[in-house]
Design a protein around this ligand. Structure first.
Ligand code: NI
Length: 384
C-alpha cells in the first residue's frame, strides 16, 4: 500500500485552510484555550475519531490501525499570544489583544487535516496514532499537562513541527541533535547597607555589586566556555534603589540561561553560583542566588533522523535543509524525555517574524505541514 502524503494533503487543503482561518479568528491565551479545544473536539467528532479529554483545554485523539504496530504521537500546540493583530486579513483576530502570531493555528488545522487522511486509511495503518492538541506551549507548561499520569508512556515516537518564516513555502528543515535550547532560571537577590550618597564609605552598595555580577557572568561565557559551544546568559531585569541620593541597600536581578546540551547546563549552573557568590563576597553584600533547571532541551533523536529525512523526502518537490539551532525554548522537549522524538520546521514563506503583529504565513504552506504529519507517521510505520 502506498500513501502519497502531499497528494493526500492536497485533498484536504480546503478543509485545513478553513479550519486555520477559524482558529486564527478566535485566538485564546495560554491555559485558556477552551473554545479552541471545543472546536477541535467538534471536528474529531465529525471525523469519528475518539479522544481523551485530558482537561478543558487539552485533547488526545486516537486512530487505531487495523494491524498491530508502534504508537506514533503527533503533537500540535494550540495557544495564541498577547499581541494586537495588525495584518488587515479578512479573518483577523476578533479577540482584542490576542493573536495567533506564532502560527499555532496552522499547527492544529494541519494536524486535523492529517487526522482526516490517517482516519480514512486506518484499515492500512500498522499501529496506533495519537493526536496531541496541547495547550500552553508559549508559557512552557502544556506538555507536562498532557504527559501527566504517564498518559503517553506507551508512545514509541513523538513527532512535532513548527512553521517558520525563515524558509520558503514548503521547505523543510530538520537535523539530528539539539534543535531548541533548554533553559535555567536565573534569580539573584543582593543585600547591602544603605546610606547617604555622599558617604559611600559608610555603606555597602548593592548596585555596584550587582553591576560587577552582571559583567562577570558575561566574562564566564566569553572567557571560560568553549566558544564553539552555544550558551547564553541574559540578565533581563535589574531593580535597585529608592532615590538619587541614597545608596541602594537591595538589588533584584533576574534573567535566563540557555544551553544546547546537558553538560553545558551543569557547567553554567556551577559557574553562576561560583561567580555570583564570590563576586558578592568581594563586594561585601549578602546574596541569594537561584539558577535551576526550568525547561528541557528539544533533542532530535539521532536514530530517528534517517526516518524523519525520508519522511520529508516523501513530500515530492520539498527542499530539505539543515535545521538551525534555536536558543528559544519549546516545551516539546518534555516529550523527548518520555520517548525518542523529532521536531522539524516547515517554511511558510519569508516575511514578518514569528511573534510579530504582522505575522502572515502563506497558506500555500499548509499542505506541507499536513503532509509532513502524515508522512512521518506512514514512513515510521513503513507504509511507503
Ligand atoms: Ni510556537
Amino acid at each position: 500500500m502506498k500513501i502519497d502524503p502531499l497528494e493526500e494533503a492536497k485533498k484536504v487543503d480546503e478543509y485545513v485552510i478553513k479550519l486555520r482561518r477559524y482558529f486564527h479568528r478566535y485566538p485564546e491565551s495560554s491555559t485558556k484555550e477552551f473554545k479552541t479545544t471545543q472546536k477541535i473536539r467538534e471536528e474529531l467528532d465529525l471525523l469519528s475519531i475518539p479522544y481523551e479529554e485530558v482537561s478543558d483545554n487539552a485533547t488526545i485523539g486516537l486512530i487505531k490501525g487495523s494491524c498491530p504496530g508502534p504508537v506514533v504521537s503527533l503533537r500540535a500546540d494550540i495557544d495564541a499570544l498577547e499581541i494586537r493583530e495588525n495584518t488587515g486579513l479578512s479573518f483577523k483576530s476578533e479577540t482584542e489583544g490576542l493573536m495567533h502570531a506564532c502560527g499555532h493555528d496552522l499547527h492544529m488545522a494541519s494536524l486535523l487535516g492529517a487526522a482526516r487522511i490517517l482516519k480514512e486509511h486506518e484499515g492500512e495503518l500498522k499501529g496506533t496514532v495519537r493526536l496531541i492538541f496541547q495547550p500552553a506551549e508559549e508559557i512552557g507548561r502544556g506538555a507536562a499537562v498532557v504527559l501527566a499520569n504517564n498518559r503517553l508512556a506507551d508512545t514509541d515516537v513523538f513527532f512535532g513541527l513548527h512553521n517558520t518564516p525563515d524558509l520558503d513555502v514548503g521547505d523543510i528543515s530538520l537535523s539530528p541533535g539539539c534543535v531548541s535550547a533548554g533553559a535555567n532560571s536565573l534569580k539573584i537577590n543582593l543585600k547591602g547597607k544603605s546610606g547617604h550618597a555622599a558617604h559611600p564609605d559608610k555603606t555597602i552598595d548593592a548596585i555596584a555589586a550587582g553591576v560587577a555580577i552582571v559583567e562577570n557572568l558575561q566574562h564566564f561565557v566569553s572567557r571560560e566556555l568553549d566558544p564553539t559551544v552555544p550558551a547564553v546568559i541574559s540578565v533581563c531585569k535589574f531593580n535597585a534603589g529608592t532615590r538619587e541620593n541614597i545608596i541602594a541597600e537591595q538589588a533584584e536581578i533576574s534573567g535566563t540561561v540557555r544551553v544546547a546540551d546537558d553538560d553545558t547546563r551543569d557547567r553554567v549552573r556551577e559557574a553562576v553560583y561560583r561567580i555570583v557568590n564570590h563576586t558578592a563576597a568581594a563586594h561585601r553584600v549578602e546574596v541569594n542566588v537561584h539558577c535551576e533547571y526550568e525547561t528541557p532541551i528539544v533533542y532530535n533523536d539521532e536514530a530517528l533522523y534517517p526516518i524523519a529525512l525520508e519522511a520529508a523526502k516523501n513530500l515530492t518537490g520539498a527542499k530539505i535543509v539543515p535545521e538551525p539551532l534555536s536558543m528559544g525554548t519549546e516545551d516539546f522537549g518534555d516529550y523527548s524525555a518520555v520517548a525518542p522524538s523529532f521536531y522539524a520546521r516547515v517554511g511558510v514563506g519569508k516575511g514578518s517574524p514569528l511573534h510579530s503583529n504582522t505575522y502572515n504565513p502563506n497558506e500555500a504552506s499548509l499542505k506541507y505541514l499536513t503532509a509532513l504529519y502524515i508522512s512521518f507517521t506512514t514512513t515510521y510505520q513503513g507504509l511507503i
